[in-house]
Design a protein around this ligand. Structure first.
Ligand SMILES: Cc1ncc(COP(=O)(O)O)c(C=O)c1O
Length: 372
């Protein structure tokens, strides 16, 4: 009899629930026989603005060298990041998206007999990365959908080596102020690596933005992660980074693939980092689009979780009903959003802020789906 090959992997790997990505436009077109051009995808928190001309030019220029391996140390991008944040290049780790960098933290600091702590409703990669290393997950109940930082600090035990914080969090869009994060850092034993995942940092209003990079000097156990996938518009190229103490960065760099960021991504990210005008426009568009979605939800008398990201989580079902039906009805109307039952939010759908026209199309499709 054929062996059950799945049984060969450790039980902690077998028990991992696979990540559920947003449905690709091409897949929906195939499944429902729809035209791709008519479909809008507001399911993966991508930038509806696309990329700027400088970034496009850098990508095109990078084709000339595509037969060569990339610079495994990402010198130019690290140099630009070091200058931007006034940090040493030795304290930067580049990744194939910030997802890769999160995995590197788990690879470097977690394993069997160790634990990672994160909040209920936190970004899905934290449980995935923790479990894949055979480490124990400590899941702390959320408070009004947000991380309960006091409870998270209390939940840390002798085996805890990583605390995962998403600020703002996906999919709830909730946010903790700088003072709260600093208070958490002061409480946590130095042995615990605190991952401060700031994937949506560029969407925060100025008054809420804390200078988290400054905390690295006082807290060598802090690892800040950021990405080019959101406000910089480079989700498809996969590039993100961590800012950390050089010793921590060194350990993370030891466990990464030697060429984990491709040359096109390196060139694009370096150019995109210099195009602050593009980021400023993306930010302004997002504020506007967020207002449009909030007003739309209000006029449909739907609750939503006030969000600090480029997405909003709306409650479209109540009283034991699931949001899955509304999700399916939206698909039939060529609108892809994200069901988040896997995050413990079965009555909500997460919607990425799109262009004004996309937001409008979503809102009218939602109104029709709710009536159906
Ligand atoms: C909170 C958070 N962190 C990290 C990521 C990973 O993004 P990327 O790997 O594209 O940098 C995401 C993506 O949606 C996210 O929502």
């Amino acid at each position: 009899m054929l062996m059950d090959l799945c049984e060969l992997s450790p039980s902690y790997v077998r028990s991992i629930a696979p990540y559920q990505p947003g449905k690709p436009i091409s897949e929906l077109a195939r499944e429902l026989g729809l035209k791709e051009e008519g479909i809008i995808k507001l399911a993966s928190n991508e930038n509806p603005r696309g990329i700027g001309p400088r970034t496009r030019a850098a990508i095109e220029a990078s084709i000339a060298d595509i037969a060569r391996y990339p610079d495994g140390n990402g010198f130019e991008l690290k140099q630009a990041l070091a200058k931007r944040y006034s940090v040493d290049m030795g304290g930067i780790v580049l990744g194939n998206g910030s997802n890769d960098v999160l995995e590197l933290v788990a690879l470097a600091f977690l394993g069997p007999g160790r634990a990672g702590v994160y909040s209920q409703h936190a970004f899905a990669v934290y449980p995935l990365a923790t479990q894949a290393r055979g480490a124990r997950s400590i899941v702390v109940p959320a408070k009004a959908y947000a991380h309960d930082l006091d409870a998270m600090a209390k939940a840390i035990d002798d085996e805890t080596y990583v605390a995962w914080l998403a600020n703002p969090n996906n999919p709830t869009g909730t946010f903790a102020r700088g003072e709260e994060i600093e208070a958490f850092l002061r409480k946590v034993p130095e042995r615990v690596i605190v991952v401060l995942d700031e994937a949506y940092n560029e969407y925060l209003t100025q008054d809420l933005r804390a200078d988290s990079v400054k905390w690295l000097k006082r807290h060598p156990n802090l690892v800040i992660t950021r990405t080019f996938s959101k406000a910089y518009g480079l989700a498809g190229l996969r590039v993100g980074y961590a800012l950390a103490h050089p010793t921590v960065a060194d350990v993370m760099n030891r466990v990464r693939q030697p060429f984990n960021v491709n040359s096109m991504a390196l060139a694009a990210a370096t150019a995109a980092l210099g195009d602050m005008e593009f980021v400023a426009r993306s930010y302004a568009d997002n504020l506007q689009g967020m207002k449009q979605l909030e007003e739309g939800a209000r006029s449909l008398k739907l609750e939503f979780i006030p969000s600090h990201g480029n997405f909003i989580t709306i409650r479209v079902a109540q009283g034991g009903k699931s949001a899955a039906d509304v999700y399916k009805r939206l698909l039939k109307r060529s609108v892809i959003v994200r069901p988040i039952a896997g995050y413990g939010l079965p009555e909500h759908l997460r919607v990425t802020v799109g262009t004004a026209a996309e937001n409008e199309k979503f809102l009218s499709a939602l109104a029709a789906s709710l009536k159906e």
